[in-house]
Design a protein around this ligand. Structure first.
Ligand code: NAG
Ligand code: NAG
Ligand code: NAG
Ligand code: NAG
Ligand code: NAG
Ligand code: NAG
Ligand code: NAG
Ligand code: NAG
Ligand code: NAG
Ligand code: NAG
Ligand code: NAG
Ligand code: NAG
Length: 311
């Protein structure tokens, strides 16, 4: 026991081990993000536990894509992917952390701070990089999955993927998801020398993480198992939807609604702390940090998809 402890302390990562070296997370201790002690914060490996450790798995309920004519339809019996977000432990967040990996064609906000005096985020002009990348590495199954489940409304899906990707993961020191860092701006390089192109490795790694998280939170099935299915004639109240999802997921999620009276259900955000890398998807559910935007006193609409918008 003592020997094991001594050994562990020997192989524990030194503070921010430089760049490529020694980010084999199988070796390093795993921590729950947002639950590290101050002394651990000084020494742990940021490739192995995220710095911005409040992990949000977010999903949409849309009733149409707006690009049905182009063959873009919503997946039957499933909510769609919004993203995987690295919030600060207090619920605030950073974005566009690494401008060297900016692939969003329509940055929003358009400066790093969202204020007029922030650094301008230049729009990406190179088009879809994800589709060619996944084809290049024969990740056809992953591409088919995101084409089906990671849907945009009113714009091609890749624009939305690249928006989420850029905002969520490309990290400057101590902002966004550190476990996908590739060494820009004095960060670690979590991918080592194993890959010819670390940026490509990190994009594929993040896309897989998004998909793994989506599969772990089957919102549609959880609701339908409790008798809550999309309907254009029956409304559901917030407490019943929230209690079903709380019981199923382990903590109170955020529910998002729109419309003048906030009665149209459209979003869910599941909050968690990640044990080690969010890549591995070992999430400890925690309650939402804010409160749902949905109308708490009137029935909510969980609308059926538009005819022809679902397959
Ligand atoms: C990486 O690990 C090796 C083996 O433990 C060690 O010799 C080396 O100093 C480490 N490098 C860094 C930058 O920590
Ligand atoms: C940890 O560090 C933070 C910020 O430096 C400080 O506010 C907090 O009091 C410290 N917590 C403990 C338990 O020392
Ligand atoms: C939809 O398809 C039409 C016809 O093929 C094409 O001109 C248009 O650019 C497509 N729109 C989008 C947003 O992909
Ligand atoms: C690196 O960090 C500096 C200071 O925080 C910032 O001004 C710069 O835009 C960053 N560079 C990139 C490529 O993100
Ligand atoms: C950023 O967006 C705001 C509001 O949409 C606009 O007024 C401003 O001109 C934009 N700035 C840049 C640099 O594009
Ligand atoms: C940027 O603008 C905001 C509000 O407009 C202000 O509070 C802040 O001090 C400004 N920052 C800089 C660096 O000028
Ligand atoms: C690495 O891949 C990215 C994304 O495909 C690309 O933008 C970049 O140019 C590549 N870098 C090198 C050195 O090939
Ligand atoms: C919400 O629905 C539940 C279950 O049907 C019911 O017990 C509760 O009274 C309803 N609450 C409101 C505010 O309508
Ligand atoms: C909730 O819905 C009712 C009925 O439509 C409406 O009167 C009320 O203003 C709504 N509350 C909020 C906060 O929008
Ligand atoms: C989460 O919210 C539930 C329901 O409001 C409450 O019973 C529980 O104590 C909360 N958990 C924590 C850790 O605050
Ligand atoms: C249900 O209502 C929504 C909102 O009005 C609408 O977009 C959708 O097309 C409707 N679905 C069906 C099957 O009528
Ligand atoms: C959608 O299809 C259903 C059955 O196929 C039909 O009853 C309904 O009227 C249609 N709704 C609209 C808005 O076209």
């Amino acid at each position: 026991m003592l020997v094991a402890a001594a050994l562990l302390s020997l192989i524990a990562a030194p503070a921010l081990a430089w760049q490529y070296d020694n980010h084999t997370c199988a070796i390093h201790p795993q921590y729950y993000s947002c639950e590290l002690s101050n002394s651990t914060l000084k020494t742990y490996d940021t490739c192995c536990t995220p710095v911005q450790g409040l992990v949000l798995v977010t999903q949409y309920w849309d009733t149409y894509t707006g690009l049905e004519k182009n063959g873009s339809v919503l997946p039957k019996n499933s909510w769609t992917i919004h993203g995987l977000w690295p919030d600060h432990c207090d619920g605030s967040y950073g974005q566009y952390c690494d401008l060297a990996r900016q692939y969003d064609p329509v940055p929003s906000p358009n400066t790093t701070t969202g204020l007029a005096n922030g650094t301008v985020v230049p729009p990406w002009k190179g088009g879809d990089i994800i589709t060619p990348l996944l084809n290049k590495y024969a990740k056809y199954d992953l591409l088919a999955y995101i084409n089906k489940f990671w849907k945009s409304q009113g714009s091609p899906d890749w624009t939305f993927w690249q928006h989420v990707l850029t905002r969520a993961k490309f990290s400057k020191h101590a902002t966004c998801f550190s476990t996908y860092d590739v060494g820009n701006n004095n960060t670690n390089n979590c991918y080592g020398l194993e890959y010819a192109n670390d940026t490509e490795a990190s994009i594929i790694d993040f896309t897989e993480s998004v998909v793994r998280a989506q599969i772990q939170y089957p919102t549609y099935t959880w609701l339908s198992n409790a008798g809550i299915t999309p309907s254009n004639s029956t409304g559901y109240n917030l407490t019943s939807i929230q209690s079903v999802l709380t019981k199923a997921s382990g903590a109170v999620p955020y529910l998002g609604c729109y419309g003048a009276t906030k009665q149209i259900l459209s979003e869910v955000w599941y909050y968690s702390h990640s044990l080690g890398r969010p890549q591995d998807s070992i999430f400890k559910p925690v309650n939402q940090t804010g409160s749902s935007s949905c109308n708490a006193t009137a029935p909510l609409w969980y609308y059926q998809r538009t005819n022809g918008s679902e397959m």
